[in-house]
Design a protein around this ligand. Structure first.
Ligand code: SAH
Length: 472
């Protein structure tokens, strides 16, 4: 095979102005038509960068020096933003992050969806951002380990490695996380309880999981352990319950303390089950007026404020009058289904993970919602079966698929069912664009599109689209 010749070689220095940001938030700039991908460079920066990996038409380069900072460059709130890599966009002003996300949706719809720019301009509404784009996560998972001096630490894995950098103050979570983590670390130190060592597969405490209900102020602490049980359960409970948790004047209460045994040599954080040391084994939180029980193992949206806005938007797009038959495909624990149920005649949820459907049914029951029914299975299999064999119809179909989007068989059945409206909730604008193209070629038109920023400081963006059946 011929080797790819490049005008640049490894270790060459280049000076470039950043014009765009890529999929992972990296800066993109061009020199003589040659494209450079530079992590940590912000749109508008003029930078000096060192080529790390050169291909024929593009190269990856490392940011060496910001020669002239972009007007959008800001001081990250977190000292570890660059090493951590969890937040790809903290060095960019929040307004500019939102614009970046809007542009991403726009361009994907044009490039992949085949829409004209005018068509998109007509239907696209301004992205829904946050007033306070930090401290929004209701779930934190910190790995615990030992640093090179033998101190117990909790923090994060340094980008793509397995060494833990100590930092208990992630700015995306609530500030009480830090209090809890420091208390757990001191407790471990005083009681000679070891941290897990990944390389040796030895030591007890692997991760600390903290989940909180933003509306109820309930907090769950779950220690993931490499063993069957925790040696000083009572003492740990007393220690944690003794904490007075406060953040920005709001009081939080630890109402659930658990351990989850994970003795496998794996990257998966949680074990398959959990034991309750104190409280109920779940906390409760609300989205709007629907209550959800969250266990250490449940999937639950991590940004409750924006989730509420997202679901309200989906509900608005669904435009329910009270007697519609609604399908919620890829329903997870039934969050959207239950949110819509009160305004619909009947809701059917479909989800591939059986435990999530168990949660969905429980959540329906605690909210006394009797018009929601849930099926376990693949959307692309359950939907055709229920439609073709049982003739269950649809007035509105809501989908919220994972990043890879909807299976074509699923889209095809949706079209055959001829719902008046389709509401597409997407976590990847590229697959959204692909699927909207299909729906548009098969009798539907896109009426409204709107981004919702569920993950400020990161490159991820959620989008909601409304399609209606074309008049024939
Ligand atoms: N709507 C939910 C969850 C969305 S995440 C919420 O807002 O909380 C997408 C969900 O789709 C996940 O729960 C995943 O398990 C599920 N899933 C993935 N592939 C699927 C398939 N082929 N059929 C049905 N569900 C699927």
């Amino acid at each position: 095979m011929m080797s790819e010749k490049s005008i640049y070689q490894k270790n060459d220095m280049v000076t470039v102005t950043i014009e765009d940001a890529g999929m992972d938030g990296e800066g993109i700039g061009k020199v003589d038509g040659y494209t450079l991908f530079i992590k940590d460079a912000v749109i508008g920066d003029q930078v000096e960068a060192k080529i790390m990996k050169a291909k024929k038409n593009y190269a990856y380069a490392r940011l060496e020096k910001v020669l002239a900072p972009s007007p959008f460059r800001v001081q990250p709130l977190c000292d570890y933003a660059r090493v951590c890599g969890g937040c790809q966009m903290q060095a960019m002003s929040y307004d500019e992050q939102l614009k970046f996300k809007e542009r991403k949706i726009f361009h994907d719809l044009v490039r992949i969806g085949g829409f004209t720019e005018e068509e998109i301009e007509k239907v696209m509404e301004p992205i829904v951002g946050m007033d306070e784009p930090f401290y929004y996560r209701n779930k934190a998972q910190y790995p615990v380990g030992t640093d090179k001096d033998g101190n117990l630490v909790a923090g994060f894995y340094a980008g793509r490695t397995h060494s833990i950098i100590a930092n208990t103050d992630c700015k995306l979570g609530i500030t009480v996380n830090q209090q809890i983590l420091e208390a757990v670390l001191s407790f471990m130190k005083e009681n000679h309880i070891s941290a897990y060592d990944e390389k040796l597969h030895k030591g007890l405490v692997r991760h600390v999981l903290i989940r909180c209900g933003f509306t109820t102020k309930e907090v769950m602490v779950c220690l993931v352990i490499n063993g069957k049980s925790f040696p000083k359960e009572r003492e740990l409970v007393d220690c944690l319950l003794g904490l007075k948790l406060e953040d920005q004047g709001r009081e939080w209460n630890i109402t659930s303390i658990c351990t989850s045994s994970n003795t496998k040599d794996t990257n998966v954080i949680m074990g398959d089950s959990f034991d309750v040391l104190f409280g109920k084994g779940h906390i409760t939180d609300y989205i709007g007026d629907v209550a959800f029980q969250i266990s250490p193992l449940s999937f639950y949206q991590v940004n409750p404020m924006q989730t509420k806005k997202l679901y309200e938007l989906a509900l608005e797009y669904a435009n329910l009058s009270g007697d519609e038959t609604v399908w919620d495909l890829y329903c997870g624990i039934g969050t959207i289904s239950l949110f819509l149920a009160k305004k619909a005649g009947k809701v059917y949820g479909v989800e591939i993970i059986p435990q999530a459907i168990d949660n969905a049914r429980e959540n329906a029951s605690i909210n006394h919602i009797g018009n929601a029914e849930f099926f376990v299975g693949k959307a692309e299999e359950v939907l055709p079966e229920k439609y073709e064999k049982e003739q269950i119809r649809a007035d509105v179909i809501v989908v919220d698929p994972p990043r890879k989007g909807c299976d074509e068989k699923c889209l095809n059945t949706m079209v055959k069912m001829k719902p008046e409206r389709i509401v597409y909730v997407s976590c990847d604008p590229a697959t959204l664009a692909r699927d909207l193209k299909y729906l548009r070629e098969n009798g539907y038109e896109v009426k409204r599109v709107r981004g919702v920023d569920q993950f400020p400081q990161t490159v991820h963006v959620e989008t909601v689209a409304l399609l209606t059946k074309k008049a024939r």
